[in-house]
Write a protein that binds this ligand. Structure first.
Ligand code: URP
Ligand code: ZN
Ligand code: ZN
Length: 476
């Protein structure tokens, strides 16, 4: 059964124009004026006065993540369904094998969990340690399994953090493979000591979480990650950037010619550290790492400016919800509060309202940041991330005329808190099409467990481009 979307304003990272769209067999087959139905049973969506966006790609989510003694509250079915209702039709999750576990064993387990997805999915492969087999395992992950990006955590000491030697090895091997290295950049050693000192003083509440992770530790680690990537000619992608120091580090690297990318998330643009002062342990709902930053230190402006100027490349969500019950694991010790919050469903409406309507960037830049760039950087483009003949029929019909507010009462995540609770939003998806099927229509989800497909990806950078510069031509 085909689907005809009539008279919508199609918005891609490159264009805006009014046209009809015809899709069938999961692909965009025609774009033009006065298109007709091709079969009697074809569905028609009248989109006059509405936008038609490519389905958003979320480059950073954690479904069913075993982390900090518990498991994130959305499994792949709930999390991707939540994403679909908010216009996200492709996710890049993380496979995080514990230190010492062969990468391919971890991948098998991750795939068993991920196959419940209602939308298409892939993952970044986390490297949580280094041994004699890791380089070869990384090669197999890229060449045999189509996973062309890795992840390293420079924080979470004693759990998934890598040290500098390990970071060095990962960057070196990723450069040889032409793969991207995504990096959680915070100085884990400094954080571990700051945490110990605070707890020893009796400073145990959630409001001390940001105190234990100041922006300087993020700035330093961002510089260090970029230096390690530069040493080997690897492509680094810094995830969930929150602060001025980190943006400045990325800017310096980019302006000196380094091939690197930066991501931020709506919570770092729209929330400030006053959230930690909420009574009755409600501040715990906002505990994530790196932390939400203070309002008056220039962090929010640096992020918004980075997004508009091209210094930052993408906006993910770091969707990693925990219920307040799970957060209570840290009621006497903030270092035990599971880190993370929901966000996959909120991203599009927040970016449209606070990015586009408030004049911080235009519609096409919004699509670039939330769909096209993640698809390009991670080897999914043009199958994902745009609307073009032959692309997957992942589409969002967005009505800019309606308004509402984000709330845990209406979101589809299993999280019982919404960190954007009460945030007013303009516009909403009326229809979300995943692989040619309408999975969300006028408030009703019609998803199918397991309908999502594992996406294999190609390397986006030729190996020859990813070689270190000769001595003398080294970047500072
Ligand atoms: O607090 C966060 N961000 N939780 C998820 C894991 C990570 O660091 O991305
Ligand atoms: Zn992280
Ligand atoms: Zn994350």
């Amino acid at each position: 059964m085909g689907l005809l979307i009539r008279s919508g304003e199609i918005v891609t990272a490159a264009d805006r124009y009014i046209a009809d769209l015809y899709v069938d067999e999961g692909k965009v087959l025609a774009i033009g004026a006065n298109l007709e139905k091709r079969g009697a049973k074809d569905e028609v969506i009248e989109a006059s006065g509405k936008f038609v966006f490519p389905g958003l790609v979320d480059p950073h989510v954690h479904m069913a993540l075993g982390f900090m003694g518990t498991v994130s509250a959305d499994d792949f079915e709930a999390g991707t369904a939540s994403g679909v209702s908010g216009g996200t039709t492709t996710i890049v999750d993380f496979c995080i094998p514990p230190r010492g576990t062969p990468l391919l064993n971890g991948l098998e387990e991750w795939k068993a969990r991920a196959k419940r997805s209602v939308a298409d999915y892939t993952c970044h492969m986390a490297i949580t340690g280094w041994n004699d087999h890791t380089a070869e395992e990384m090669r197999r992950v890229v060449e045999d399994h189509g996973i062309t990006s890795f992840k390293v955590f420079m924080a979470y000491k004693g759990a998934i953090m890598v040290d500098d030697g390990e970071l060095y090895q990962v960057m070196k091997q990723a450069a040889k493979l032409g793969a991207v290295v995504t990096v959680h950049a915070e100085n884990g050693d400094a954080i571990a000591l700051l945490q110990q000192e605070l707890i020893a003083k009796g400073d145990t509440g959630p409001e001390y979480h940001p105190v234990s992770r100041p922006s300087s530790v993020e700035g330093e680690a961002t510089n260090r990650a970029l230096m390690m990537a530069r040493l080997h000619g690897a492509t680094a992608y810094i995830v969930h950037m929150t602060c001025r120091e980190a943006v400045e580090a990325l800017e310096r690297a980019k302006l000196s010619g380094q091939h690197c990318y930066g991501e931020t998330c709506p919570q770092y643009l729209l929330l400030d550290d006053s959230v930690f002062a909420k009574p009755d342990f409600e501040g715990a709902a906002y505990v994530m790492s790196p932390p939400i930053r203070p309002a008056h230190q220039g962090h929010h402006d640096a992020l918004w400016r980075g997004l508009a100027s091209g210094m930052l490349d993408s906006i993910g969500t770091d969707h990693c919800p925990f219920t307040i019950e799970q957060k209570r694991m840290g009621k006497d010790d903030f270092t035990k509060i599971p880190n993370g919050a929901a966000g996959i469903e909120d991203r599009l409406q927040l970016l449209y309202t606070y990015g586009v309507c408030e004049g911080r960037f235009d519609l096409q830049r919004m699509i670039a940041l939330a769909s096209t760039n993640p698809a390009r950087i991670f080897g999914l483009y043009p199958r994902k991330g745009t609307i073009a003949i032959g692309s997957d029929a992942d589409l969002v019909v967005y009505d800019p005329a309606v308004s509402g507010a984000r709330s845990a009462k209406t979101h589809h995540s299993k999280s019982d808190r919404n960190i954007f609770e009460g945030f007013k939003v303009r516009g909403a998806p009326t229809h979300v099409v995943v692989n040619g099927r309408v999975q969300y229509a006028n408030g009703a989800l019609k998803v199918e467990r397991g309908a999502g497909r594992f996406l294999t990806r190609a390397v986006t950078r030729a190996r020859s481009e990813a070689t270190p510069r000769p001595a003398g031509a080294a970047l500072p």
